[in-house]
Design a protein around this ligand. Structure first.
Ligand SMILES: NC(=O)C1=CN([C@@H]2O[C@H](COP(=O)(O)OP(=O)(O)OC[C@H]3O[C@@H](n4cnc5c(N)ncnc54)[C@H](O)[C@@H]3O)[C@@H](O)[C@H]2O)[C@@H](O)CC1
Ligand SMILES: Nc1ncnc2c1ncn2[C@@H]1O[C@H](COP(=O)(O)OP(=O)(O)O)[C@@H](O)[C@H]1O
Ligand SMILES: [Mg+2]
Length: 282
């Protein structure tokens, strides 16, 4: 058996399902994006927009009150529920019928947010992506990992990964540690970087798209939105991660001849998503 699987166009095409002619927004899935805090509402704006632009039928953002006007104005297609608290999240109760959740972007690690996150983990076993401060809270409270839903997708960059699993001396050692981590908790790990890899138990998928233009604020927040949007449409967790990481990277490959690396922003990832999806339909 090959050691690592290369995530190329053929693999991604084999997993991609074009939207059906008779689809409606109810079939395309409802995703919930939870995150944000005072000064970091942009992360949720990027994530929820990317989620919609990946094909989710409906997207709701759960944010602290300070972000209400911001999200409504920036993303009129996104619905909004606000926490009791103005500046940060203190609970994540809702009565929506949803198919997937993305949580953690810009959320902060306030004590009350940490408790809300723990309650959230105990009450949810839907397909979900955990990013940024969701990962940082888990790193501070490792016993909470036991509460993760089966096949939850964790999307750490290298620093967040180190906080979760400790450091490593070689790339091989890191991959072995991530495989054990995935196996111990039955979770999917998207190790972000150049290249990004997707690890589930013994399987390691190495992405083939993307470039240094992606080294820009909010780039990971957009990736979480994309994967959450694919999960809402019923893609299985590993497939959603493979597809999401590939398309995210492809936006930068398609954009750079036009934008250059320096001027590429996370909003450009969202802008080029349509062109990236089109390459799968050829
Ligand atoms: N507009 C917004 O509202 C934004 C909000 N953001 C939020 O801000 C919070 C903090 O996120 P950060 O990621 O900056 O904070 P972290 O403290 O988790 O990570 C930053 C550190 O990690 C290092 N790092 C990042 N990627 C690395 C890699 N591939 N290899 C090695 N080291 C790496 C950086 O050099 C830096 O030292 C998160 O909640 C995030 O979602 C950011 O996404 C930026 C945009
Ligand atoms: N040099 C690079 N080459 C390819 N991809 C990169 C590079 N730098 C960053 N990325 C990608 O950009 C994203 C950065 O995510 P993250 O660090 O979480 O950003 P943020 O928290 O600001 O949203 C990841 O998907 C990562 O793989
Ligand atoms: Mg991030």
């Amino acid at each position: 058996m090959k050691k690592y699987v290369n995530v190329d166009i053929e693999l991604v095409k084999s997993k991609f399902r074009p939207i059906e002619k008779k689809a409606h927004k109810g079939i395309q899935g409802h995703a919930l994006i939870i995150g944000g805090s005072y000064g970091k509402i942009g992360s949720v704006s990027l994530s929820s927009k990317a989620c919609l632009k990946s094909g989710a039928g409906l997207v709701t953002a759960y944010i602290p009150k300070c972000g209400y006007d911001i999200i409504q104005v920036l993303n009129p297609e996104v619905m909004v529920i606000t926490d009791e608290c103005h500046d940060y999240i203190t609970s994540v109760y809702h009565n929506l019928s949803i198919q997937s959740i993305g949580i953690g972007m810009g959320m902060g690690v306030h004590k009350e947010t940490q408790q809300a996150f723990l309650q959230f983990l105990k009450m949810n076993d839907l397909p979900m992506v955990i990013d940024a401060d969701g990962l940082n809270i888990l790193s501070e409270n490792k016993s909470w990992l036991e509460n993760l839903a089966s096949k939850a997708v964790l999307t750490p960059h290298r620093k967040e990964l180190e906080r979760l699993i400790g450091n490593w001396s070689t790339e091989e050692e890191m991959i072995e540690k991530v495989k054990s981590f995935s196996n111990d908790y039955d979770i999917v790990i998207v190790v972000k970087g150049a290249p990004t890899m997707i690890v589930y138990k013994t399987m390691v998928y190495i992405n083939s798209t993307g470039n240094q233009a992606l080294a820009t604020a909010g780039s990971g927040d957009v990736l979480t939105g994309i994967i959450t949007g694919l999960l809402a449409q019923g893609y299985e967790e590993v497939d959603a991660s493979i597809l999401g990481v590939y398309l995210h990277g492809l936006t930068a490959d398609l954009a750079v001849p036009e934008t250059g690396c320096n001027s590429f922003t996370a909003s450009d990832i969202i802008h080029y998503l349509g062109k990236a999806f089109l390459t799968l339909e050829k």
